[in-house]
Design a protein around this ligand. Sequence first.
Ligand SMILES: NC(=O)c1ccc[n+]([C@@H]2O[C@H](COP(=O)([O-])OP(=O)(O)OC[C@H]3O[C@@H](n4cnc5c(N)ncnc54)[C@H](O)[C@@H]3O)[C@@H](O)[C@H]2O)c1
Ligand SMILES: [Zn+2]
Ligand SMILES: [Zn+2]
Length: 361
Amino acid sequence: MAHEVRGVVATGKGKPVSLETILVPDPGPGEALVKVQTCGVCHTDLHYREGGISDDYPFLLGHEAAGVVEAVGPGVADVAPGDFVILNWRAVCGSCRSCLRGRPQYCFNTHNATQKMTLADGTPLSPALGIGAFAEKTLVAAGQCTKVDPAASPAAAGLLGCGVMAGLGAAVNTGGVGRGDSVAVIGCGGVGNAAIAGARLVGATTIIAVDVDDRKLDWARGFGATHTVNAKESDPVERIRELTGGFGADVVIDAVGRPETYKQAFYARDLAGTVVLVGVPTPEMTLDLPLLDVFGRGGALKSSWYGDCLPSRDFPMLISLYLQGRFDLDAFVTETIGLGDVEEAFTKMHHGEVLRSVVVL
Ligand SMILES: NC(=O)c1ccc[n+]([C@@H]2O[C@H](COP(=O)([O-])OP(=O)(O)OC[C@H]3O[C@@H](n4cnc5c(N)ncnc54)[C@H](O)[C@@H]3O)[C@@H](O)[C@H]2O)c1
Ligand SMILES: [Zn+2]
Ligand SMILES: [Zn+2]
Protein backbone atom coordinates (compact mmCIF):
# COMPACT_ATOMS: atom_id res chain seq x y z
CA MET A 1 0.00 0.00 0.00
CA ALA A 2 1.33 3.41 -0.92
CA HIS A 3 1.66 6.10 1.72
CA GLU A 4 0.06 9.42 0.87
CA VAL A 5 2.24 12.25 2.18
CA ARG A 6 3.19 15.85 1.34
CA GLY A 7 6.37 16.62 -0.57
CA VAL A 8 8.12 19.61 -2.19
CA VAL A 9 8.13 19.24 -5.96
CA ALA A 10 9.87 21.22 -8.73
CA THR A 11 7.62 20.93 -11.78
CA GLY A 12 9.59 22.89 -14.38
CA LYS A 13 12.72 24.94 -15.08
CA GLY A 14 12.88 27.96 -12.79
CA LYS A 15 9.29 27.56 -11.57
CA PRO A 16 8.66 28.06 -7.86
CA VAL A 17 8.44 24.76 -6.02
CA SER A 18 5.08 23.58 -4.73
CA LEU A 19 3.82 21.36 -1.96
CA GLU A 20 2.13 18.32 -3.52
CA THR A 21 0.51 15.12 -2.38
CA ILE A 22 2.86 12.29 -3.27
CA LEU A 23 2.59 8.52 -3.09
CA VAL A 24 5.42 6.57 -1.46
CA PRO A 25 5.33 2.79 -1.98
CA ASP A 26 5.97 0.28 0.78
CA PRO A 27 9.57 -0.90 0.69
CA GLY A 28 10.40 -3.72 -1.69
CA PRO A 29 13.50 -5.93 -1.61
CA GLY A 30 16.54 -3.95 -0.46
CA GLU A 31 14.54 -0.78 0.23
CA ALA A 32 13.70 1.23 3.33
CA LEU A 33 10.83 3.58 4.09
CA VAL A 34 12.03 6.49 6.22
CA LYS A 35 10.00 8.91 8.29
CA VAL A 36 11.88 12.14 7.61
CA GLN A 37 12.52 14.32 10.67
CA THR A 38 14.64 17.09 9.14
CA CYS A 39 16.04 18.07 5.76
CA GLY A 40 18.43 20.93 5.00
CA VAL A 41 18.09 23.20 1.96
CA CYS A 42 21.22 22.75 -0.17
CA HIS A 43 22.21 24.84 -3.18
CA THR A 44 22.01 21.65 -5.24
CA ASP A 45 18.21 21.63 -4.70
CA LEU A 46 18.11 25.03 -6.32
CA HIS A 47 20.35 23.75 -9.16
CA TYR A 48 17.73 21.02 -9.75
CA ARG A 49 14.88 23.53 -9.81
CA GLU A 50 16.84 25.69 -12.26
CA GLY A 51 17.42 22.78 -14.64
CA GLY A 52 21.16 22.82 -13.92
CA ILE A 53 21.39 19.10 -13.14
CA SER A 54 18.99 17.40 -15.58
CA ASP A 55 15.63 17.86 -17.29
CA ASP A 56 13.89 14.95 -15.54
CA TYR A 57 11.07 17.00 -14.02
CA PRO A 58 9.13 16.66 -11.79
CA PHE A 59 11.79 16.48 -9.08
CA LEU A 60 11.06 15.62 -5.49
CA LEU A 61 13.59 17.91 -3.82
CA GLY A 62 15.50 17.58 -0.54
CA HIS A 63 18.49 15.37 0.20
CA GLU A 64 20.17 16.45 3.48
CA ALA A 65 18.05 14.48 5.83
CA ALA A 66 17.82 12.63 9.10
CA GLY A 67 14.94 10.44 10.11
CA VAL A 68 13.77 7.18 11.56
CA VAL A 69 13.37 3.96 9.60
CA GLU A 70 9.69 3.05 9.50
CA ALA A 71 9.80 -0.20 7.53
CA VAL A 72 12.27 -2.26 5.53
CA GLY A 73 11.74 -4.60 2.61
CA PRO A 74 12.81 -8.23 2.23
CA GLY A 75 16.52 -8.94 2.53
CA VAL A 76 17.42 -5.82 4.53
CA ALA A 77 19.68 -6.68 7.45
CA ASP A 78 21.72 -3.59 8.25
CA VAL A 79 18.91 -1.27 9.35
CA ALA A 80 15.64 -1.95 11.14
CA PRO A 81 12.47 -0.03 12.01
CA GLY A 82 13.19 2.51 14.74
CA ASP A 83 16.81 3.16 13.75
CA PHE A 84 17.88 6.83 13.67
CA VAL A 85 19.60 7.36 10.33
CA ILE A 86 21.21 9.99 8.14
CA LEU A 87 20.33 9.52 4.47
CA ASN A 88 23.25 9.33 2.07
CA TRP A 89 23.60 9.41 -1.70
CA ARG A 90 26.46 6.95 -1.77
CA ALA A 91 25.03 3.48 -1.07
CA VAL A 92 27.97 1.58 -2.49
CA CYS A 93 27.38 -1.48 -4.68
CA GLY A 94 30.34 -3.58 -3.55
CA SER A 95 30.85 -5.04 -7.01
CA CYS A 96 31.78 -2.30 -9.51
CA ARG A 97 35.40 -1.98 -10.64
CA SER A 98 36.07 0.73 -8.06
CA CYS A 99 34.49 -1.13 -5.12
CA LEU A 100 36.40 -4.26 -6.10
CA ARG A 101 39.67 -2.32 -6.02
CA GLY A 102 39.00 -1.24 -2.43
CA ARG A 103 37.88 2.27 -3.32
CA PRO A 104 34.17 2.19 -2.45
CA GLN A 105 34.14 5.97 -2.00
CA TYR A 106 34.36 6.23 -5.80
CA CYS A 107 31.64 3.57 -6.40
CA PHE A 108 30.29 3.94 -9.96
CA ASN A 109 27.02 2.10 -9.36
CA THR A 110 25.52 3.44 -6.14
CA HIS A 111 22.08 2.17 -5.12
CA ASN A 112 18.79 4.05 -4.96
CA ALA A 113 15.26 2.73 -4.41
CA THR A 114 14.03 0.64 -7.33
CA GLN A 115 10.36 1.60 -7.01
CA LYS A 116 9.24 5.09 -7.96
CA MET A 117 7.55 7.62 -5.75
CA THR A 118 4.83 9.39 -7.74
CA LEU A 119 2.46 12.33 -7.80
CA ALA A 120 -1.15 11.48 -6.88
CA ASP A 121 -1.95 10.96 -10.60
CA GLY A 122 0.83 8.38 -10.94
CA THR A 123 3.45 10.65 -12.61
CA PRO A 124 6.84 9.28 -11.50
CA LEU A 125 9.04 11.66 -9.50
CA SER A 126 12.81 12.06 -9.82
CA PRO A 127 14.09 12.30 -6.25
CA ALA A 128 16.98 14.78 -5.84
CA LEU A 129 20.22 12.78 -5.58
CA GLY A 130 18.11 9.63 -5.31
CA ILE A 131 16.70 10.76 -1.96
CA GLY A 132 13.77 13.24 -2.16
CA ALA A 133 13.43 14.11 1.52
CA PHE A 134 11.41 17.32 1.54
CA ALA A 135 8.60 14.91 2.26
CA GLU A 136 7.04 13.37 5.35
CA LYS A 137 8.23 9.95 4.21
CA THR A 138 10.66 8.85 1.53
CA LEU A 139 11.69 5.58 -0.05
CA VAL A 140 15.41 4.84 -0.46
CA ALA A 141 17.75 1.90 -0.91
CA ALA A 142 18.48 0.48 2.55
CA GLY A 143 22.18 1.26 2.00
CA GLN A 144 21.27 4.94 1.83
CA CYS A 145 20.41 4.81 5.54
CA THR A 146 23.43 5.28 7.79
CA LYS A 147 22.75 4.54 11.45
CA VAL A 148 24.16 7.09 13.88
CA ASP A 149 23.89 7.86 17.59
CA PRO A 150 20.31 9.07 18.25
CA ALA A 151 21.64 11.54 20.84
CA ALA A 152 22.50 13.88 17.93
CA SER A 153 20.08 16.67 17.02
CA PRO A 154 18.37 15.58 13.78
CA ALA A 155 18.54 19.08 12.26
CA ALA A 156 22.32 19.13 12.69
CA ALA A 157 22.97 15.47 11.92
CA GLY A 158 21.04 15.56 8.64
CA LEU A 159 23.44 18.16 7.24
CA LEU A 160 26.12 15.49 7.11
CA GLY A 161 23.95 13.90 4.42
CA CYS A 162 25.21 16.36 1.83
CA GLY A 163 26.66 19.87 2.16
CA VAL A 164 28.65 19.57 5.37
CA MET A 165 30.10 16.19 4.39
CA ALA A 166 30.88 17.50 0.89
CA GLY A 167 32.74 20.53 2.21
CA LEU A 168 34.54 18.85 5.09
CA GLY A 169 35.50 15.91 2.90
CA ALA A 170 36.69 18.20 0.10
CA ALA A 171 39.29 19.53 2.54
CA VAL A 172 40.11 16.43 4.52
CA ASN A 173 39.60 13.54 2.08
CA THR A 174 40.04 15.00 -1.41
CA GLY A 175 42.43 17.85 -0.58
CA GLY A 176 44.33 15.80 2.00
CA VAL A 177 44.68 18.85 4.25
CA GLY A 178 46.85 18.09 7.26
CA ARG A 179 48.66 19.64 10.21
CA GLY A 180 50.45 22.87 9.38
CA ASP A 181 48.92 23.32 5.94
CA SER A 182 47.67 26.58 4.51
CA VAL A 183 44.19 26.39 3.03
CA ALA A 184 42.01 28.88 1.17
CA VAL A 185 38.29 28.36 0.64
CA ILE A 186 36.44 30.34 -2.02
CA GLY A 187 32.70 30.58 -1.29
CA CYS A 188 31.68 30.25 2.34
CA GLY A 189 28.13 28.89 2.25
CA GLY A 190 27.32 25.67 4.06
CA VAL A 191 29.77 23.74 1.91
CA GLY A 192 32.68 26.19 2.12
CA ASN A 193 32.32 26.71 5.85
CA ALA A 194 32.32 22.96 6.35
CA ALA A 195 35.64 22.86 4.45
CA ILE A 196 36.93 25.51 6.86
CA ALA A 197 35.71 23.53 9.89
CA GLY A 198 37.36 20.41 8.45
CA ALA A 199 40.65 22.21 7.85
CA ARG A 200 40.66 23.37 11.46
CA LEU A 201 39.77 19.88 12.72
CA VAL A 202 42.85 18.36 11.08
CA GLY A 203 45.27 21.11 12.12
CA ALA A 204 45.67 23.52 9.21
CA THR A 205 47.41 26.61 10.57
CA THR A 206 46.42 29.23 7.97
CA ILE A 207 42.78 29.11 6.83
CA ILE A 208 41.71 31.88 4.46
CA ALA A 209 38.00 32.38 3.79
CA VAL A 210 36.97 34.18 0.58
CA ASP A 211 33.42 35.33 -0.14
CA VAL A 212 31.61 38.32 -1.60
CA ASP A 213 29.39 38.65 1.46
CA ASP A 214 30.64 39.89 4.85
CA ARG A 215 28.01 37.89 6.73
CA LYS A 216 29.46 34.68 5.33
CA LEU A 217 32.94 35.81 6.32
CA ASP A 218 31.79 36.44 9.90
CA TRP A 219 30.45 32.89 10.04
CA ALA A 220 33.68 31.62 8.51
CA ARG A 221 35.68 33.12 11.40
CA GLY A 222 33.48 31.19 13.80
CA PHE A 223 34.26 27.95 11.98
CA GLY A 224 38.00 28.53 12.12
CA ALA A 225 39.08 30.94 9.37
CA THR A 226 42.24 32.73 10.45
CA HIS A 227 41.88 35.38 7.72
CA THR A 228 39.01 36.60 5.55
CA VAL A 229 38.94 38.22 2.12
CA ASN A 230 35.96 39.98 0.60
CA ALA A 231 36.44 39.29 -3.12
CA LYS A 232 34.43 42.41 -3.98
CA GLU A 233 36.94 44.60 -2.19
CA SER A 234 40.27 43.01 -3.06
CA ASP A 235 41.73 40.50 -5.49
CA PRO A 236 41.54 37.11 -3.75
CA VAL A 237 44.57 35.71 -5.58
CA GLU A 238 46.80 38.61 -4.47
CA ARG A 239 45.46 38.51 -0.91
CA ILE A 240 45.90 34.74 -0.56
CA ARG A 241 49.47 35.05 -1.82
CA GLU A 242 50.19 37.91 0.61
CA LEU A 243 48.82 35.86 3.50
CA THR A 244 50.97 32.85 2.60
CA GLY A 245 54.39 34.46 2.36
CA GLY A 246 53.93 35.37 -1.31
CA PHE A 247 53.53 31.75 -2.41
CA GLY A 248 49.86 30.74 -2.36
CA ALA A 249 48.04 28.15 -0.28
CA ASP A 250 48.84 24.44 -0.15
CA VAL A 251 45.20 23.59 -0.84
CA VAL A 252 42.59 25.89 -2.42
CA ILE A 253 38.97 24.80 -2.44
CA ASP A 254 36.47 26.25 -4.91
CA ALA A 255 33.10 25.90 -3.21
CA VAL A 256 31.35 28.16 -5.74
CA GLY A 257 31.97 26.29 -8.98
CA ARG A 258 32.27 29.02 -11.60
CA PRO A 259 35.07 29.51 -14.17
CA GLU A 260 36.21 32.74 -12.49
CA THR A 261 36.41 31.24 -9.00
CA TYR A 262 38.14 28.14 -10.37
CA LYS A 263 40.79 30.33 -12.01
CA GLN A 264 41.27 32.17 -8.74
CA ALA A 265 41.74 28.84 -6.99
CA PHE A 266 44.17 27.73 -9.67
CA TYR A 267 46.41 30.80 -9.32
CA ALA A 268 46.04 31.19 -5.55
CA ARG A 269 47.71 27.87 -4.74
CA ASP A 270 51.38 27.33 -4.13
CA LEU A 271 53.51 25.51 -6.71
CA ALA A 272 52.72 21.79 -6.46
CA GLY A 273 49.63 22.66 -4.44
CA THR A 274 46.17 21.19 -4.81
CA VAL A 275 42.95 22.68 -6.17
CA VAL A 276 39.70 21.01 -5.16
CA LEU A 277 36.51 21.83 -7.07
CA VAL A 278 33.48 21.06 -4.91
CA GLY A 279 31.04 23.73 -6.16
CA VAL A 280 28.91 22.36 -9.00
CA PRO A 281 29.23 24.12 -12.37
CA THR A 282 26.31 24.36 -14.82
CA PRO A 283 26.40 22.73 -18.29
CA GLU A 284 27.21 25.89 -20.27
CA MET A 285 30.35 26.77 -18.26
CA THR A 286 33.77 26.28 -19.85
CA LEU A 287 37.29 26.86 -18.61
CA ASP A 288 40.11 28.56 -20.49
CA LEU A 289 43.56 28.21 -18.94
CA PRO A 290 47.06 28.36 -20.46
CA LEU A 291 48.12 24.71 -20.68
CA LEU A 292 51.65 25.78 -19.89
CA ASP A 293 50.45 27.09 -16.50
CA VAL A 294 48.68 23.80 -15.82
CA PHE A 295 51.96 22.03 -16.52
CA GLY A 296 54.33 24.54 -14.97
CA ARG A 297 52.56 24.91 -11.64
CA GLY A 298 52.50 21.16 -11.02
CA GLY A 299 50.44 19.71 -8.23
CA ALA A 300 46.95 18.33 -8.43
CA LEU A 301 43.63 19.55 -9.84
CA LYS A 302 40.87 17.49 -8.28
CA SER A 303 37.10 17.41 -8.11
CA SER A 304 35.26 16.27 -5.05
CA TRP A 305 31.92 14.52 -5.20
CA TYR A 306 30.38 14.27 -1.77
CA GLY A 307 33.77 14.95 -0.21
CA ASP A 308 34.97 11.50 -1.31
CA CYS A 309 33.16 10.24 1.76
CA LEU A 310 32.22 6.76 2.76
CA PRO A 311 29.03 7.29 4.78
CA SER A 312 29.45 4.14 6.90
CA ARG A 313 32.92 5.31 7.94
CA ASP A 314 32.48 9.09 8.09
CA PHE A 315 28.97 9.79 9.44
CA PRO A 316 29.29 7.93 12.77
CA MET A 317 32.80 9.35 13.24
CA LEU A 318 31.67 12.95 12.68
CA ILE A 319 28.59 12.49 14.88
CA SER A 320 30.94 11.23 17.59
CA LEU A 321 33.14 14.34 17.26
CA TYR A 322 29.98 16.48 17.30
CA LEU A 323 28.67 14.85 20.48
CA GLN A 324 32.07 15.34 22.11
CA GLY A 325 31.87 19.07 21.32
CA ARG A 326 34.78 18.98 18.89
CA PHE A 327 32.84 19.68 15.70
CA ASP A 328 30.08 22.27 15.83
CA LEU A 329 27.41 20.93 13.49
CA ASP A 330 24.72 23.03 15.19
CA ALA A 331 26.39 26.21 13.94
CA PHE A 332 25.40 25.33 10.36
CA VAL A 333 21.69 25.46 11.23
CA THR A 334 20.73 29.11 10.71
CA GLU A 335 16.99 28.55 10.98
CA THR A 336 14.40 25.80 11.09
CA ILE A 337 11.43 26.08 8.73
CA GLY A 338 8.33 24.18 7.64
CA LEU A 339 7.83 22.08 4.52
CA GLY A 340 5.95 24.96 2.89
CA ASP A 341 8.84 27.39 3.28
CA VAL A 342 11.41 25.89 0.87
CA GLU A 343 10.86 28.45 -1.90
CA GLU A 344 11.39 31.25 0.60
CA ALA A 345 14.53 29.48 1.83
CA PHE A 346 15.90 29.52 -1.74
CA THR A 347 15.42 33.30 -1.78
CA LYS A 348 17.22 33.63 1.54
CA MET A 349 20.04 31.43 0.25
CA HIS A 350 20.26 33.57 -2.85
CA HIS A 351 20.52 36.71 -0.71
CA GLY A 352 23.15 35.11 1.52
CA GLU A 353 21.01 35.30 4.64
CA VAL A 354 21.51 31.69 5.73
CA LEU A 355 24.10 28.94 5.92
CA ARG A 356 21.40 26.33 6.13
CA SER A 357 17.64 26.53 6.46
CA VAL A 358 16.49 23.18 7.78
CA VAL A 359 12.99 21.86 7.24
CA VAL A 360 11.65 20.22 10.40
CA LEU A 361 8.76 17.81 9.92
N1 LIG B 1 30.46 18.34 -4.86
C1 LIG B 1 29.49 17.98 -4.05
O1 LIG B 1 29.37 16.81 -3.70
C2 LIG B 1 28.53 19.02 -3.55
C3 LIG B 1 27.65 18.74 -2.50
C4 LIG B 1 26.81 19.77 -2.04
C5 LIG B 1 26.82 21.00 -2.64
N2 LIG B 1 27.66 21.22 -3.69
C6 LIG B 1 27.75 22.52 -4.36
O2 LIG B 1 28.58 23.39 -3.61
C7 LIG B 1 28.24 24.73 -3.93
C8 LIG B 1 28.01 25.53 -2.65
O3 LIG B 1 26.85 25.03 -1.99
P1 LIG B 1 26.25 25.80 -0.74
O4 LIG B 1 25.05 25.02 -0.32
O5 LIG B 1 27.32 26.11 0.24
O6 LIG B 1 25.76 27.15 -1.45
P2 LIG B 1 25.58 28.63 -0.87
O7 LIG B 1 24.79 29.36 -1.88
O8 LIG B 1 25.09 28.55 0.54
O9 LIG B 1 27.07 29.19 -0.81
C9 LIG B 1 27.76 29.72 -1.91
C10 LIG B 1 28.64 30.85 -1.39
O10 LIG B 1 29.48 31.31 -2.45
C11 LIG B 1 29.57 32.73 -2.35
N3 LIG B 1 29.98 33.25 -3.65
C12 LIG B 1 29.23 33.38 -4.77
N4 LIG B 1 29.98 33.91 -5.77
C13 LIG B 1 31.22 34.10 -5.26
C14 LIG B 1 32.43 34.60 -5.80
N5 LIG B 1 32.52 35.01 -7.08
N6 LIG B 1 33.53 34.63 -5.01
C15 LIG B 1 33.45 34.22 -3.70
N7 LIG B 1 32.32 33.72 -3.15
C16 LIG B 1 31.22 33.68 -3.92
C17 LIG B 1 28.19 33.14 -1.89
O11 LIG B 1 28.21 34.44 -1.31
C18 LIG B 1 27.85 32.06 -0.89
O12 LIG B 1 28.30 32.38 0.41
C19 LIG B 1 27.01 24.66 -4.84
O13 LIG B 1 27.47 24.73 -6.19
C20 LIG B 1 26.47 23.28 -4.55
O14 LIG B 1 25.71 22.76 -5.62
C21 LIG B 1 28.53 20.27 -4.12
ZN1 LIG C 1 30.59 0.06 -6.50
ZN1 LIG D 1 23.40 18.89 -1.39
